[in-house]
Design a protein around this ligand. Structure first.
Ligand code: NAP
Length: 257
Protein backbone atom coordinates (compact mmCIF):
# COMPACT_ATOMS: atom_id res chain seq x y z
CA UNK A 1 0.00 0.00 0.00
CA UNK A 2 1.35 3.46 -0.88
CA UNK A 3 2.35 5.71 1.99
CA UNK A 4 0.45 8.97 2.38
CA UNK A 5 2.64 11.98 3.15
CA UNK A 6 1.53 15.44 4.26
CA UNK A 7 4.05 18.14 3.33
CA UNK A 8 3.16 21.56 4.73
CA UNK A 9 4.29 24.35 2.43
CA UNK A 10 4.79 21.74 -0.29
CA UNK A 11 3.62 24.00 -3.13
CA UNK A 12 7.01 25.62 -3.66
CA UNK A 13 10.60 25.88 -2.50
CA UNK A 14 12.00 23.28 -0.13
CA UNK A 15 8.57 21.73 0.48
CA UNK A 16 8.12 21.13 -3.25
CA UNK A 17 11.61 19.59 -3.40
CA UNK A 18 10.62 17.24 -0.59
CA UNK A 19 7.22 16.42 -2.11
CA UNK A 20 8.84 15.65 -5.48
CA UNK A 21 11.23 13.15 -3.93
CA UNK A 22 8.49 11.56 -1.84
CA UNK A 23 6.42 11.17 -5.01
CA UNK A 24 9.39 9.38 -6.59
CA UNK A 25 9.59 7.17 -3.50
CA UNK A 26 6.03 6.09 -4.27
CA UNK A 27 4.11 8.21 -1.77
CA UNK A 28 0.73 9.78 -2.39
CA UNK A 29 0.64 13.34 -1.14
CA UNK A 30 -1.20 16.03 0.73
CA UNK A 31 0.17 19.49 0.05
CA UNK A 32 -0.82 22.35 2.29
CA UNK A 33 -0.29 26.06 1.78
CA UNK A 34 -1.99 29.40 2.26
CA UNK A 35 -2.46 30.26 -1.42
CA UNK A 36 -5.45 29.25 -3.49
CA UNK A 37 -5.15 25.91 -5.28
CA UNK A 38 -5.10 27.66 -8.68
CA UNK A 39 -1.86 29.44 -7.67
CA UNK A 40 -0.07 26.13 -7.11
CA UNK A 41 -1.62 24.27 -10.06
CA UNK A 42 1.69 23.89 -11.92
CA UNK A 43 3.42 22.41 -8.86
CA UNK A 44 0.54 19.98 -8.26
CA UNK A 45 0.65 18.88 -11.92
CA UNK A 46 4.41 18.31 -11.69
CA UNK A 47 3.87 16.11 -8.63
CA UNK A 48 1.09 14.14 -10.35
CA UNK A 49 3.41 13.66 -13.34
CA UNK A 50 5.73 11.84 -10.94
CA UNK A 51 3.01 9.30 -10.26
CA UNK A 52 1.54 10.65 -7.02
CA UNK A 53 -2.07 11.25 -6.17
CA UNK A 54 -2.14 14.76 -4.73
CA UNK A 55 -4.67 16.40 -2.43
CA UNK A 56 -4.24 20.14 -1.91
CA UNK A 57 -5.44 21.65 1.38
CA UNK A 58 -5.52 25.40 1.71
CA UNK A 59 -4.77 25.69 5.41
CA UNK A 60 -2.93 28.08 7.67
CA UNK A 61 -0.80 25.95 10.01
CA UNK A 62 -0.87 28.69 12.65
CA UNK A 63 -4.65 28.34 12.98
CA UNK A 64 -6.11 25.65 15.20
CA UNK A 65 -9.25 25.47 13.04
CA UNK A 66 -7.12 25.38 9.88
CA UNK A 67 -5.13 22.42 11.17
CA UNK A 68 -8.14 20.39 12.29
CA UNK A 69 -10.11 21.07 9.10
CA UNK A 70 -7.10 19.91 7.08
CA UNK A 71 -6.87 16.66 9.04
CA UNK A 72 -10.60 16.06 8.58
CA UNK A 73 -10.13 16.57 4.83
CA UNK A 74 -7.26 14.06 4.78
CA UNK A 75 -9.28 11.54 6.79
CA UNK A 76 -12.21 11.92 4.38
CA UNK A 77 -9.98 11.64 1.28
CA UNK A 78 -7.34 9.04 2.16
CA UNK A 79 -8.49 7.71 5.54
CA UNK A 80 -4.88 7.37 6.69
CA UNK A 81 -1.54 9.18 6.98
CA UNK A 82 2.01 7.80 7.28
CA UNK A 83 4.30 10.80 7.02
CA UNK A 84 4.14 14.35 8.34
CA UNK A 85 6.71 16.84 7.06
CA UNK A 86 6.49 20.11 9.01
CA UNK A 87 8.10 22.35 6.40
CA UNK A 88 5.89 25.46 6.13
CA UNK A 89 7.60 28.49 7.55
CA UNK A 90 8.21 32.18 7.10
CA UNK A 91 11.09 34.60 7.55
CA UNK A 92 10.54 38.01 9.13
CA UNK A 93 9.06 40.45 6.60
CA UNK A 94 11.93 42.81 7.41
CA UNK A 95 15.24 41.92 9.01
CA UNK A 96 15.58 44.13 12.10
CA UNK A 97 18.25 44.39 14.78
CA UNK A 98 17.07 42.61 17.95
CA UNK A 99 17.55 45.88 19.83
CA UNK A 100 14.77 47.36 17.68
CA UNK A 101 12.63 44.41 16.52
CA UNK A 102 8.95 44.46 17.47
CA UNK A 103 6.63 41.93 19.07
CA UNK A 104 4.31 41.66 16.06
CA UNK A 105 6.96 39.94 13.95
CA UNK A 106 7.94 37.72 16.90
CA UNK A 107 4.31 36.63 17.45
CA UNK A 108 3.78 35.96 13.72
CA UNK A 109 6.87 33.80 13.41
CA UNK A 110 6.20 31.93 16.64
CA UNK A 111 2.65 31.14 15.46
CA UNK A 112 3.61 29.87 11.99
CA UNK A 113 7.06 28.37 12.54
CA UNK A 114 6.69 26.87 16.01
CA UNK A 115 3.16 26.73 17.43
CA UNK A 116 1.75 25.48 14.09
CA UNK A 117 4.05 22.47 13.65
CA UNK A 118 4.06 21.73 17.40
CA UNK A 119 0.28 21.34 17.56
CA UNK A 120 -0.07 19.83 14.09
CA UNK A 121 2.37 17.16 15.26
CA UNK A 122 0.30 16.62 18.40
CA UNK A 123 -2.89 16.03 16.39
CA UNK A 124 -1.19 13.89 13.73
CA UNK A 125 0.69 11.87 16.36
CA UNK A 126 -2.57 10.91 18.08
CA UNK A 127 -3.98 9.76 14.75
CA UNK A 128 -0.76 7.88 13.93
CA UNK A 129 -0.95 6.07 17.29
CA UNK A 130 -4.53 4.98 16.51
CA UNK A 131 -3.45 3.70 13.09
CA UNK A 132 -0.44 1.92 14.57
CA UNK A 133 -2.62 0.20 17.17
CA UNK A 134 -5.07 -1.10 14.58
CA UNK A 135 -2.49 -2.22 11.98
CA UNK A 136 0.71 -4.05 12.95
CA UNK A 137 2.26 -3.27 9.53
CA UNK A 138 1.65 0.48 9.87
CA UNK A 139 4.79 2.51 9.15
CA UNK A 140 5.08 6.19 10.02
CA UNK A 141 7.55 9.00 10.64
CA UNK A 142 7.60 12.73 11.30
CA UNK A 143 10.15 15.17 9.87
CA UNK A 144 10.63 18.75 11.04
CA UNK A 145 12.35 21.21 8.73
CA UNK A 146 14.12 23.68 10.97
CA UNK A 147 17.25 25.58 9.87
CA UNK A 148 20.89 26.20 10.65
CA UNK A 149 19.32 29.19 12.42
CA UNK A 150 18.42 26.76 15.23
CA UNK A 151 22.04 27.11 16.30
CA UNK A 152 23.56 29.96 14.24
CA UNK A 153 22.80 33.37 15.76
CA UNK A 154 21.63 36.09 13.34
CA UNK A 155 20.82 39.17 15.45
CA UNK A 156 18.85 40.80 12.61
CA UNK A 157 16.29 37.97 12.71
CA UNK A 158 16.28 36.82 16.30
CA UNK A 159 12.61 35.86 16.12
CA UNK A 160 13.32 33.42 13.27
CA UNK A 161 16.29 31.86 15.09
CA UNK A 162 14.25 31.35 18.24
CA UNK A 163 11.42 29.62 16.37
CA UNK A 164 13.89 27.24 14.73
CA UNK A 165 15.66 26.49 18.03
CA UNK A 166 12.18 25.70 19.40
CA UNK A 167 11.53 23.30 16.53
CA UNK A 168 14.75 21.55 17.58
CA UNK A 169 13.35 20.93 21.06
CA UNK A 170 9.95 19.92 19.62
CA UNK A 171 11.79 17.27 17.59
CA UNK A 172 13.41 15.85 20.71
CA UNK A 173 10.18 15.97 22.74
CA UNK A 174 8.11 14.13 20.14
CA UNK A 175 10.92 11.68 19.40
CA UNK A 176 10.95 10.71 23.07
CA UNK A 177 7.16 10.60 23.42
CA UNK A 178 6.50 8.60 20.25
CA UNK A 179 9.31 6.12 20.71
CA UNK A 180 7.08 3.53 22.37
CA UNK A 181 4.79 3.64 19.33
CA UNK A 182 7.61 3.03 16.84
CA UNK A 183 7.20 6.45 15.22
CA UNK A 184 10.59 8.10 14.62
CA UNK A 185 10.83 11.89 14.59
CA UNK A 186 13.67 13.58 12.72
CA UNK A 187 14.85 17.10 12.02
CA UNK A 188 16.45 18.44 8.85
CA UNK A 189 18.43 21.66 9.18
CA UNK A 190 18.90 23.26 5.77
CA UNK A 191 21.56 25.90 5.21
CA UNK A 192 21.36 28.50 2.44
CA UNK A 193 18.79 27.16 -0.02
CA UNK A 194 17.70 28.86 -3.25
CA UNK A 195 13.96 29.52 -2.85
CA UNK A 196 11.53 32.45 -2.76
CA UNK A 197 12.46 32.90 0.92
CA UNK A 198 16.05 33.78 0.08
CA UNK A 199 15.27 35.66 -3.18
CA UNK A 200 15.61 39.01 -1.42
CA UNK A 201 19.10 38.23 -0.15
CA UNK A 202 20.47 36.59 -3.30
CA UNK A 203 23.24 39.16 -3.81
CA UNK A 204 24.40 38.93 -0.21
CA UNK A 205 24.63 35.13 -0.31
CA UNK A 206 26.10 35.09 -3.85
CA UNK A 207 28.87 37.30 -2.50
CA UNK A 208 29.43 35.30 0.69
CA UNK A 209 29.48 31.98 -1.17
CA UNK A 210 31.67 33.41 -3.96
CA UNK A 211 34.23 34.83 -1.55
CA UNK A 212 34.65 31.36 -0.08
CA UNK A 213 34.96 30.40 3.55
CA UNK A 214 31.30 30.40 4.56
CA UNK A 215 30.53 27.00 3.00
CA UNK A 216 32.68 23.90 2.62
CA UNK A 217 30.69 22.96 -0.48
CA UNK A 218 30.68 26.36 -2.21
CA UNK A 219 27.27 26.49 -3.89
CA UNK A 220 23.70 27.35 -3.03
CA UNK A 221 21.71 24.46 -1.59
CA UNK A 222 18.76 23.38 -3.71
CA UNK A 223 15.30 22.16 -2.68
CA UNK A 224 16.21 18.73 -4.09
CA UNK A 225 19.16 18.49 -1.69
CA UNK A 226 16.63 18.63 1.14
CA UNK A 227 14.21 16.42 -0.80
CA UNK A 228 16.76 13.63 -1.09
CA UNK A 229 17.43 13.74 2.66
CA UNK A 230 13.71 13.54 3.42
CA UNK A 231 13.24 10.61 1.02
CA UNK A 232 15.98 8.72 2.82
CA UNK A 233 14.20 9.21 6.14
CA UNK A 234 10.79 8.20 4.75
CA UNK A 235 12.34 5.09 3.18
CA UNK A 236 13.46 4.10 6.67
CA UNK A 237 17.20 4.27 6.02
CA UNK A 238 17.70 5.89 9.44
CA UNK A 239 15.08 3.79 11.24
CA UNK A 240 17.21 3.42 14.39
CA UNK A 241 18.06 7.13 14.71
CA UNK A 242 14.98 8.83 16.08
CA UNK A 243 15.51 12.40 17.26
CA UNK A 244 18.53 12.94 15.04
CA UNK A 245 19.32 16.17 13.23
CA UNK A 246 20.39 15.93 9.62
CA UNK A 247 22.42 18.91 8.40
CA UNK A 248 21.85 19.83 4.74
CA UNK A 249 24.05 22.89 4.77
CA UNK A 250 27.08 22.34 2.54
CA UNK A 251 29.27 22.23 5.62
CA UNK A 252 28.19 25.69 6.85
CA UNK A 253 28.14 24.61 10.49
CA UNK A 254 31.37 22.58 10.48
CA UNK A 255 33.79 24.13 12.96
CA UNK A 256 36.98 25.00 11.15
CA UNK A 257 40.40 26.29 12.04
P1 NAP B 1 9.23 29.52 0.69
O1 NAP B 1 9.73 29.26 -0.68
O2 NAP B 1 8.91 30.91 1.09
O3 NAP B 1 7.97 28.57 0.95
C1 NAP B 1 7.31 28.60 2.17
C2 NAP B 1 6.13 27.65 2.12
O4 NAP B 1 5.46 27.70 3.39
C3 NAP B 1 5.11 28.05 1.06
O5 NAP B 1 4.64 26.89 0.41
C4 NAP B 1 3.98 28.69 1.86
O6 NAP B 1 2.70 28.49 1.33
C5 NAP B 1 4.08 27.91 3.16
N1 NAP B 1 3.51 28.67 4.28
C6 NAP B 1 3.89 29.88 4.75
N2 NAP B 1 3.12 30.25 5.78
C7 NAP B 1 2.22 29.26 5.95
C8 NAP B 1 1.14 29.06 6.83
N3 NAP B 1 0.83 29.96 7.78
N4 NAP B 1 0.41 27.93 6.73
C9 NAP B 1 0.70 27.00 5.78
N5 NAP B 1 1.71 27.13 4.90
C10 NAP B 1 2.45 28.25 4.99
O7 NAP B 1 10.28 29.01 1.78
P2 NAP B 1 11.38 27.85 1.76
O8 NAP B 1 12.70 28.48 1.61
O9 NAP B 1 10.96 26.76 0.85
O10 NAP B 1 11.28 27.36 3.28
C11 NAP B 1 10.65 26.16 3.67
C12 NAP B 1 11.09 25.85 5.10
O11 NAP B 1 12.51 25.69 5.13
C13 NAP B 1 10.77 26.96 6.09
O12 NAP B 1 10.39 26.39 7.33
C14 NAP B 1 12.08 27.69 6.24
O13 NAP B 1 12.19 28.33 7.48
C15 NAP B 1 13.06 26.55 6.12
N6 NAP B 1 14.41 26.94 5.70
C16 NAP B 1 14.65 27.63 4.55
C17 NAP B 1 15.96 27.94 4.20
C18 NAP B 1 16.33 28.67 2.93
O14 NAP B 1 17.50 29.07 2.78
N7 NAP B 1 15.42 28.86 1.99
C19 NAP B 1 17.01 27.57 5.03
C20 NAP B 1 16.73 26.88 6.20
C21 NAP B 1 15.43 26.55 6.52
P3 NAP B 1 2.24 29.22 -0.04
O15 NAP B 1 3.05 28.57 -1.12
O16 NAP B 1 0.79 28.94 -0.14
O17 NAP B 1 2.58 30.67 0.14
Amino acid sequence: MKKIALVTGGGRGIGLGIASHLAEEGCDLVICGVREESAVAAALTALRDRGAEVLYCRADVSSSAGRSEMLEEIKAHYGRLNVLVNNAGVAPSVRTDILEADEASFDRLMAINLKGPYFLTQAVAKWMIEQQQSDAAYDACIINVSSISASVASPTRGDYCITKAGVGMATQLYAVRLGEFGIPVYEIRPGIIKTDMTAGVTEKYDRLIGEGGILVQARWGLPEDVGRAAAMLVRGDLAYSTGQVLMVDGGFTLQRL
